[in-house]
Structures are given as C-alpha cells and as structure tokens.
Ligand binder design. Sequence first.
Ligand SMILES: [Zn+2]
Length: 171
Amino acid sequence: MDEDYIFCEVSFEHSYSRYTYIADSDDYEIGDLVVVPVGKDNEEKIAQIETINYLPAEEAPYPIQKTKHIIRKFDEDTDDFGTPPIIASIDEAIGKVKRITNSVKQGRTAYWIQKTHLFRADEYICSACRATYGELYSICPSCGAYMKKSKYDPSWVDEMEDMLAFLDDDW
Ligand SMILES: [Zn+2]
C-alpha cells in the first residue's frame, strides 16, 4: 500500500488565495511559517500553512508531479528575505515607537491614576492616554509620556483626591 501524501494549503502575505504544496515530512503544523518555491523560477517565498491533509495519491487535489514541495520551515535566524514576514505587526510596532518618540521629544508629561480593586491587584491608568498597567513605569509604555508622580510621592494621595473629583465614575 502506498503511503499517503501530505498536502498543505498555504497562504502568502497580502493574498487571500491558498496554494497547495506537498510536505515531505510530518513535522509541519497549521500556522507554521514555511519557505516554498514560487513561480517558474522557483523563487523562495515565505508562506503560512493553513490546512494539512493526508491523502492517497488517487485523491490528490492536484497532479502529484506538478505539485511543488515545501522547502523547509522558516527560520528567522537563518532565513533572510529582506523584509520581515509579518509586515502588519512590524508597522504597528514602528507606529508605536514613533508615537512614543514624539511624546518624549515634546516632553509630554502625565501621571498615573491609581485604580484600586477589592479582589485583585491595583491598576495604574495613564492620565494622557488611559492605558492601564499593573505596575508603575517612569514613561508610559503606550504613549511615551513622562510620569510625574509615583505612588511613593507623599503628595500623591492628596492629588489623587483632587483628580478623582474631575473624573467620571465609570471606572
Ligand atoms: Zn500613556
């Protein structure tokens, strides 16, 4: 009896289409980033595995001889494709760094608003962007504002009370 073939549907960035490749080993998992040959020049590109199906040759979705094979798992340490594979999150990260850099350049300041809970740890809310954290940072990790107060500042409690008067009760 012939062994089943492992057919993987993969997707590429910026494309909703899926393409079928054959996996030569069973150590691939759905979600893995892999390197596959693309086009008539078999240019190596990064794709993500969407589905994995074990099928006998007679049920192959495409002719076996015409179906290309996955080359290897993508390895971010050794595979250099010029651009990182996950563009969206990189852009997001760059956007965040720019926002923080701008805030720091502008010397924007803010303060942590302490939100006390009865049954779980306190949270601290950035007065500038309302990001919430479980600990106090000297610069808000979300908007980059310099934080003027810490909870160890003796004036904190008084200012907290003043501040609370201005805030909604919805938190
Ligand atoms: Zn902030």
